[in-house]
Design a protein around this ligand. Sequence first.
Ligand code: PNS
Length: 168
Amino acid sequence: MVVVANQKIAVCPGSFDPITWGHVDIIRRAAAMFDQVIVVVMINSGKHPSFTAQERVEMIKRCTKDIAHVTVDVYEGLLAEYVRLKKAHAIVRGLRAVSDFEYEFQMALTNKKLNQDAETVFFTTRAENMYLSSSIVRSIASMNGDISDFVPACIHDDIKKRFSKKGS
Ligand code: PNS
């Protein structure tokens, strides 16, 4: 990523386990508003993801390859520190429902406390993605359900392979 002076940089952090159409939509809309968007897979040692960080990075790259000015990264540590490191202007998060708000509000305030420059910008999700989450995708895939409406086609096989059960 080449950073040019005065360019506005947004960081889109998440677990992306795996990336969904909901994430792609938020990334696309952030890319239309900011000069550079860094999608960052945050490693949380307390979580046990279904995909490795590198797998998630690869899937995000495939799903966002048509969106200009988007780069994909991975980071283990505080988001507030990552924002400082990248000299980013905003953290972008999608808001699906009121139930997301409390957690997101807490995260935004914490990040601001840790780094005064870490402003969080919320994008309201598109109505069709209101119910969508990575955990819903994992749950459907683990029961051999059809995930084709929830994630881009370029990662269907990765998800099917990861969750395919022997003998089914
Ligand atoms: O996709 P997710 O799981 O909702 O993303 C949550 C994420 C990764 C953005 C959040 O857990 C995070 O920022 N983790 C990094 C650790 C951190 O900075 N914690 C303090 C702020 S809450």
